[in-house]
Design a protein around this ligand. Sequence first.
Ligand SMILES: *[C@@H]1O[C@H](CO)[C@@H](O)[C@H](O)[C@H]1NC(C)=O
Ligand SMILES: *[C@@H]1O[C@H](CO)[C@@H](O)[C@H](O)[C@H]1NC(C)=O
Ligand SMILES: *[C@@H]1O[C@H](CO)[C@@H](O)[C@H](O)[C@H]1NC(C)=O
Ligand SMILES: *[C@@H]1O[C@H](CO)[C@@H](O)[C@H](O)[C@H]1NC(C)=O
Length: 566
Amino acid sequence: MMRLNFKTVLLILVVATLSFLLTSWNNCGSGLFFHTADWKTKYQHKDRLSTESGYQEIDCHINGDYSIGCRKEGDEVYIPFSFIHKYFEIYGKLATYDGLERFEWLHSYSKIVNPKGKYDSRGVFMTFENYNVEVRDRVKCISGIDGVPISTQWESQGYHYPTQIAQFGLSHYSKNLTEPEPHRKIIEDSDKVKQNWNVPQGSIMSRVYDKQVNSLVLKFATPETSISGISLTLDHVLDFVLKWDLNIKDNGSITVVLESREKKETYYLHYVTSNTVLHNYNNHVYYGIGLANHQWRRLTRDLLVDLQKGLYLNDKSRKKLPRSKLKVVKIILYGSGMIDNMTLSTSEHMEQFYDAARWFVANQNVTSGGWPNPVKRKVAPGMAILEPGWYSSMGQGHAISVLARAYYHSGDAKYLQAAIRGLRPFRLSSAKGGVAAMFLGKYIWYEEYPTIPSSFILNGFIYSLIGLYDLKMIATAKDAEEASRLFNQGMTSLKNMLMLYDTGSGTIYDLRHFTLKTAPNLARWDYHSTHINQLLLLNSIDNDPIFITTAERWIGYMNGKRAAHN
Ligand SMILES: *[C@@H]1O[C@H](CO)[C@@H](O)[C@H](O)[C@H]1NC(C)=O
Ligand SMILES: *[C@@H]1O[C@H](CO)[C@@H](O)[C@H](O)[C@H]1NC(C)=O
Ligand SMILES: *[C@@H]1O[C@H](CO)[C@@H](O)[C@H](O)[C@H]1NC(C)=O
Ligand SMILES: *[C@@H]1O[C@H](CO)[C@@H](O)[C@H](O)[C@H]1NC(C)=O
């Protein structure tokens, strides 16, 4: 999402001409802006003529309400762009290229990237290869316990938000298919790469064969009083995704020491046996990885994300640490256990995707098929509060999109089974703990938020349809038929209701104006472009021309085009 920096243009007067304003603003056809004569006498104009520049300063009265300073040159009046920006929500910036400075006017801050081809349920998910879920401010951190994001969107202490976890998984799956091959370096695997760890007096370390995993592994133990631990000195730059297999016997931890190359500052990332997700103390950041259970498990940690989130916890003004200025200088083992297959890579997208997929298998209510949202949610004044435990059609659909891909990629039936169970809330009304609402007793709508009265949010509904489509393509026999039935039913509703979201100059986020009889909830540009991306995707899998025709008109709105008036 690109937001332009307006600071540079706020002070600049000039640019937008009155003629543009008159043609682009429907309600000012009466030449209101030329009737300045009365105001001049009323407001005692200072007619300062600047002879060098040839313009005159002139007050501009806005709807008879307040004044701003403008400029007049001949018959033309120039309005400051800073005012236009706020008044019309138009964007612009100065840009220099080919040796010429220009002003670039943009109706929308968002852009549409055309899909590369037909949507494929085994491929990239919409445009999610561009998403970076973990760096969002409303993500507290990636939990060391299960490897998925912890949201702070609606509750500051943090919770598992299925929709966000799915977006995290889908973005990593999509990046795996679109990014260049990562650089990978084995740090220690007790086999091909054996390092010279520093084992202080009283600590022990040995390479042993572990039958369970059929591999040589590194076994270690340090006394409880050990300060230095068993350490490995490194001098590693640029690759910051650490992956390793770990089997903790007693309370232990793995500490990664990073150094800022310039400032000579040292940071400590401690992965400790604890169920406390995250805390920090100065430059020491602690991630809980759950309690010791004598089981092998794989941890994949983006050290930069972990460090950033940890430092940000106590200091919200903290600047981002640039990748180019950090290096990994040490890895330290404490307590007792075993490690294997330790690598540093530029990315481990599939590992992170499977962290999300496994979370959906482990955290589904197998009776209802739902992934509960564990927070209260008030969608709009006049709508009943959703109590913790509600299901979202978007969360369900996104989860199904993750699980369908995990099944396709791994062949493991547990992912498919969870995806199929995920259909259950689609069959149950939103008033009774499911996600299905009815529009005017006629059209079934899958609710992103199962509110009373219904909210009919457009983007969440379409995401849920994409999930149903993914399952229809990946499953077989009666499961594919069931997904297909729910999908077709939703597509019929969408085709019949889509135009309700078109304002003639943009789109509407939901139908609360209809169900609550309030002002419409207009979609901001990034949601408007999501609507368009979704229609372009649907256009590639359904030949009804409504999708492309509508998408093209909605793209026009982003370039200042409007529907004709009477
Ligand atoms: C994508 O995942 C495969 C494993 O499924 C891996 O071999 C490959 O390196 C990954 N590529 C990228 C760009 O992440
Ligand atoms: C480490 O990787 C090797 C090769 O993929 C594998 O055979 C072994 O089981 C792994 N070790 C653990 C502890 O999972
Ligand atoms: C592990 O730590 C917990 C809490 O800090 C403590 O209660 C427990 O006794 C420790 N266990 C061992 C084996 O040291
Ligand atoms: C799972 O769903 C069932 C059916 O809706 C419900 O009765 C039960 O309380 C849920 N279980 C949990 C642990 O929330």
